[in-house]
Design a protein around this ligand. Structure first.
Ligand code: SF4
Length: 488
């Protein structure tokens, strides 16, 4: 994941154990491969994904478990990255990890960082995390924040629902008066799933529970050479990881396993020669025995389903106020924003008025759909209740979500309302359909999604280009008149 790991030059036990492993490798079995009856995977169609029960017999022996724990923790102590969320408990000067306040501070930091890490790379998270902790250093501070502030802080990370859950979870914990300390109690907090609960409980409160993310799945699949589809057998990965967790240092162990996957046992080019647990790696053992086998054969690659293609007409409605000017595009009006429904994609976030349209929708069809939307939502009749100063198609922009590829046809509509914004139907921020009109300055500082920001930057660029003086063509007439002027 990141290339910033500084490996210690101190020799780990791995090398020593690797040599001893070669003698025992012949006794290791290849994972079973069964002819597929229901091929789901393009790249491995001949392999049937074993069911959950098929891999139940994979387990770590007592000796294996002890050695993996010891080697991995030793490696982690020497090589762990210095990340801001790992410093939180030690920054509580004079108090150790075990004091209540320190553990809760750590739990909060782990929670925020883990949710952010589900969104993007470690390096990108560092800036977001530092800004977040500066604004809301404790759970109590976060619980008093507004959703607008949280969205603003989260802008650019995507999956805004996760940010909303962080806020809701903080409010709930503060209300109840105590930070939950176990996986079972943490799971009751909105937005906290198995992964985050395991991370908080093990890292902050030392509960000996596993944490399974993509990195852990990869390492465990390789250690045991498991060919099963990790998606359909994920429970078994939790079970196997649970066997490995060190009861005296569960948090460090879980972080070590994830760190190994992120920095050494990477998806495409694992650095097996630097791996502290290579002696226990079946995938490596098989790759050493057979030239056609590779450690990257594990875990099996699951072909992602194709994203759905959606199309939408997006109209940036700018409402001009005050007196007419000669250059309407230079006058910043107020922009109409609509709040998305509280459920579904980008729930509760603000966007420019938009309507889903069909793939073949031409400009006239899209305009008709938007006109209907404005009429229905705001009683804004473009023919009767306003003067259209400008209406122009700007261009298209494709935004890719995890499961949807959304093509947006963007248009700018500049209007003057006959009677001011109060003629628009409904109270702003009403529960039925929340909307508001905001100035350019406020728009720039709002927590808008990257898709909305992109649309807004398209509008700004259009305005800038439009306001540039049009270069005069060097026609014969121009040249003659310029020559005459020069003579004068
Ligand atoms: S594949 Fe390589 S890096 Fe990954 S666990 Fe095995 S030996 Fe370690």
């Amino acid at each position: 994941m990141d290339g910033d790991v500084v490996y210690s030059k101190k020799k780990t036990n791995a090398a020593a154990v690797t040599s001893s492993s070669s003698s025992s490798s012949s006794s290791r079995k290849r994972p079973r491969r069964i002819t597929s009856t229901k091929p789901n995977y393009k790249e491995k169609e001949e392999v049937e994904a074993p069911t959950a029960s098929d891999i139940e017999d994979f387990s770590f022996s007592g000796k294996e478990t002890l050695e993996i724990r010891a080697f991995l923790l030793e490696w982690y102590d020497l090589n762990q990255r210095d990340l801001p969320w790992r410093r939180i408990s030690s920054s509580n000067e004079g108090k150790g990890d075990n004091d209540e306040e320190g553990s809760e501070r750590r739990a909060y930091a782990v929670w925020v960082s883990e949710v952010m890490l589900q969104q993007t790379r470690v390096q990108a998270v560092i800036g977001y995390f530092n800004r977040w902790m500066q604004k809301w250093p404790t759970l109590g501070h976060l619980a008093r924040a507004s959703i607008e502030e949280v969205n603003e802080m989260w802008a650019g990370l995507g999956y805004y629902r996760r940010a909303r859950y962080l806020l809701e979870g903080a409010k709930k914990i503060v209300e109840e008066g105590e930070f939950p300390k176990t996986v079972s109690s943490l799971r009751k907090v909105p937005g906290i799933g198995d992964y985050t609960a395991g991370a908080i409980a093990s890292i902050a409160f030392k509960e000996a529970v596993p944490v399974v993310d993509g990195n852990v799945v990869r390492v465990v699949a390789r250690l045991k050479a498991i060919s099963a589809n990790p998606k359909s057998t994920i429970k078994n990965f939790w079970k196997l990881s649970g066997q490995l967790v060190d009861p005296s240092r569960p948090g460090d162990f879980n972080q070590a396993l994830m760190e190994l996957g992120a920095t050494v046992c990477t998806p495409l080019s694992p650095s097996c020669s630097l791996c502290p647990v290579s002696a226990h790696c079946r995938a490596l053992s098989l790759a050493t025995q057979e030239s056609s086998a590779q450690v990257t054969d594990y875990p099996i690659k699951v072909v992602k389903s194709k994203p759905r293609h959606d199309f939408s007409a997006v109209t940036v409605v700018e409402i001009l106020e005050g007196k007419d000017t000669t250059d309407e595009l230079q006058t910043d009006g107020r922009f109409l924003l609509v709040k998305r429904p509280e459920e579904g994609l980008l729930a509760g976030l603000w966007e420019f008025p938009s309507v889903l349209v069909g793939v073949e929708a031409d400009l006239a069809t899209r305009r008709h759909a938007i006109d209907q939307f404005l009429k229905m939502s705001f009683k804004l009749d473009l023919k009767k209740s306003c003067t259209i100063v400008l209406r122009e198609y700007i261009g298209e922009y494709v935004h890719v979500f995890s499961h949807i590829r959304l093509k947006m046809y963007v248009e700018l509509l500049v209007i003057r309302l006959k009677g001011g914004t109060h003629v628009l139907h409904g109270k702003p921020d009403s529960k039925t359909m929340a909307w508001k009109s905001v100035e350019t300055k406020a728009l720039s500082s709002m927590g808008l999604t990257s898709g909305v920001r992109k649309v807004y930057s398209m509008i700004q660029k259009f305005k800038q280009d439009k306001s540039k003086p049009i270069p005069v063509k060097a026609t014969k007439k121009n040249i003659v008149s310029k020559t005459k002027q020069n003579r004068c």
